[in-house]
Design a protein around this ligand. Structure first.
Ligand code: GLV
Ligand code: GLV
Length: 355
């Protein structure tokens, strides 16, 4: 191969490798046993000559790595993720390295996990499973693991971009929930969907579902029974959910996070869960991954899973393929790269394209 492309991790499928190899690239997959590579590990990996790197959201892609990549002659980096809060795009631009992400292929997969956590929390599925396995079930009882009926309740979506909108559609259509959402941009297609579905229900003699675009995030916190967070992580969304915002939510609300951990002040969340046993949470992401804040793991009203929202075979293979195409496209000068900064500035499908 003429070009040296590094993947910091082994990724699902073979298509991404074949695409690169067919186009004159030699692909090197890091064989380090440790789960998370340090900046130093990656600098060593890049070495003297490297044309592009496919990296992971667990890696800190800043000044050090982009300057190392640039010195090695590299022009392309792709995160194998839609989120890119681990990437300093300004530093990449400074060193002439284009940055890609992998939106689109993980929209439904991530929304499906958020929906799964919502139902699991509402119906206390994990607690009930633990109860069965502990041999505690000694007969049906009217009050055993009574949870919340989602039908007719309100789902609140903070960040109605691709993933937030897909989640909202699932909850509205699947469970006949009303929708309230907060986003800087109007989610026009989502609004149209809920309106049409509401009309369909009405025509069939059922209570129609409704939607509302909230004027503030607080409105969602106050009114929703299930709240799911789908913003990007940046300075404006760090600790978006804190002690104060938690206190505005209903005492029996359900909070779901499949975005990024630091969007929630996790210490405040643990306190809130302790004080409000009927408040439930479903978390895919954590503030200091791979760690959880003290106490979280002991709480029955929390469901925790290890950042698996995009973990379907189809999606992970698609993410790997997109990441490879991002790097290949830059190396080969494909037209998509006429914009040196290929990362999408907005998650919101309704946002205007960048100027
Ligand atoms: C996963 O968290 C992603 O951003 O793709
Ligand atoms: C519960 O199992 C019922 O039959 O109502």
């Amino acid at each position: 191969g003429k070009y040296r492309v590094i993947s910091t991790k082994s990724m699902p499928g073979t298509r991404w490798i074949n695409l690169l190899v067919e186009q004159d690239c030699r692909v090197e997959i890091c064989t380090q046993k440790k789960t998370i590579l340090s900046v130093e590990d990656i600098v060593t990996l890049i070495g003297d000559r490297c044309d592009g790197v496919i990296g992971q959201l667990t890696e800190d892609w800043g000044e050090t790595l982009f300057s190392a990549l640039s010195r090695a002659g590299g022009k392309a980096f792709s995160n194998m993720a839609v989120g890119y809060n681990n990437v300093d795009v300004n530093a990449a631009n400074k060193y002439g390295v284009a940055v890609g992400n992998t939106p689109g292929v993980l929209t439904e997969t991530t929304a499906e996990l958020a929906a799964s956590l919502s139902v699991a929390a509402a119906r206390r599925i994990v607690e009930a499973d633990e109860f069965m396995r502990a041999g505690l079930y000694d007969g049906w009882l009217p009050h055993l693991f009574v949870g919340n009926l989602l039908k007719g309740q309100t789902v609140g979506v903070i960040g109605a971009g691709r993933i937030g909108s897909a989640y909202a559609r699932m909850m509205v259509e699947g469970f006949k929930m009303n929708l309230i959402y907060y986003d800087l941009y109007q989610a026009t297609r989502l609004e149209k969907f809920v309106t049409a579905y509401g009309a369909f229900l009405k025509a069939n003699g059922e209570k129609p579902v409704t939607w509302k675009r909230a004027a503030s995030m607080d409105e969602v916190l106050r009114e929703a029974d299930v709240i799911s967070l789908h913003p990007i992580l940046d300075k404006t969304t760090y600790h978006l959910v804190n002690k104060e915002s938690l206190s505005r939510m209903k005492k029996e609300a359900i909070l779901i996070n499949c975005s990024r951990g630091p969007v929630i002040d996790e210490v405040a969340l643990v306190e809130h869960l302790k004080e409000n046993p009927m408040f439930r949470v479903g978390l895919d992401v954590f503030e200091d991954e791979p760690f959880m804040k003290p106490g979280l793991a002991d709480l029955k009203n929390a469901i925790v899973v290890p950042h698996i929202a995009s973990a379907s075979k189809w999606t992970r293979e698609g993410m790997a393929t997109l990441a490879a195409l991002n790097v290949l496209g830059k190396i080969k000068g494909y037209p998509i790269w006429s914009d040196p900064n290929r990362v999408e500035p907005f998650l919101n499908e309704n946002a205007p394209p960048p100027a």
